[in-house]
Design a protein around this ligand. Sequence first.
Ligand code: PLP
Length: 493
Amino acid sequence: MSTTETPNDANGSTRTTRTTRTGAAYADAARDHLWMSFTRHSTYEPKEAGGAGGSVPIIVKCEGAYLWDDRGRKYIDGLAGLFTVQVGHGREELAEAAAKQARELAFFQLWSYAHQRAIELAERLAADAPGDLNRVFFTTGGGEAVESAWKLAKQYFKLTGKPGKYKVISRSIAYHGTPQGALSITGIPDAKIPFEPLVPGGVKVPNTNLYRAPEHLREDPKAFGRYAADRIAEAIEFEGPDSVAAVFLEPVQNSGGCFPPPPGYFERVREICDEYDVLLVSDEVICAFGRIGSMFASTDFGYQPDIITVANGMTSGYSPIGAMIASDRLFEPFRHGHEMFAHGYTFGGHPVSAAVAMANLDIFEREGLNQHVKDNAPLFRATLDKLLDLPLVGDVRGEGYFYGIELVKDKTTRETFNDEEAERLLRGFLSKALFDAGLYCRADDRGDPVIQLAPPLIIGQPEFDDIEQRLRSVLTEAENHIELSPPVRYRHL
Ligand SMILES: Cc1ncc(COP(=O)(O)O)c(C=O)c1O
């Protein structure tokens, strides 16, 4: 690799001209060789080849809540990388923890052996997790944690005399990962259809989108919570209680644009799970580690899961790791005789990642990050609420440092955009315009069109204002860029 760096602006950022070892520009090499996740690659193909002629955005440097690209441009990180960098970027001590561990014991496995870092981390997670969730099974990420939780639920019921229980219930538009089991649990049709048939047994129920709730329930969140939870009982009855093993729910559902649980929702879900002997899995891959304000978001919302799945914030993304944290009851059948959970990952609980996780959690404690989120979340919310004066902004929702801003065609009727309009608005304008405006966040249309924010947990009012102002200017401009399709009744004339 050849590299030259020259000072670029008064902030001390640098314009970095870099080429790969073959002398190719990075953007060209990315276009020609990199296969990116969930990416429409035609965006980057040359126009002559039928593509859109765009250039792959390349991030080269980061610090605190800011990122720089290879053109030297600075962005506020409104998404903590990808719901991950809780303590902010550029923490020397996390880099040091990784280097120290790599020198001491770079790799060892947890297949009947153990290493000190995994033991310490398991002990720490068990201490922070609610109730008797004392047993930690490590993975390398969130999808594997979800996959592990479903496999454990199936095997647990086989070992305890209910072998017919294998199905899982989850919510519409929820994202739980891409392994084929986790994808069955995922509720986003476009992510699933290309890979069907998937693992059998995934059953979907409505999510907790209050903004799109049946009209008679919109003004009564408690009644809506009861209604949404009861759909789970209904699905269990319909499928047959003897066939249902688990319910997978995020504390705040991410996909679709941040759906917090209505009051009483999880209380009722817990009752239903107890009534039918169905495990409650709290998928906290995004919501744990301070995103809502506590180590585990089930604590924020006051419910007791049987399993918690985690990943992203555990190391703040400085090294990959995930985990399934299970209750004593679920481990019990594995304490005796020849039984074992015949499942594992070579890199699960990697020593470097476990060491980084310990150092990351030290930062949480030392800097009081969870309390910082609790104190500042109402200010973040109030700042984003100001955007509700814009004609495009229909709803601002979320909790902690995790918000979705839903864009609508008509605020009074809550009419949303059709597919063509959403495509023009989000992909055709917003994604690029937000990035060009110096805000890295997500414009998402997996459900209704939303802008999502989940910044590093270190930010405060100055950054909230900065984010609000950048959003305001782009969303104001966006109104000039949407040519709305005529209402449906005219199109059919
Ligand atoms: C709630 C939830 N579960 C599971 C996953 C999958 O995690 P990973 O991408 O690490 O496999 C994600 C990813 O964002 C997620 O948000």
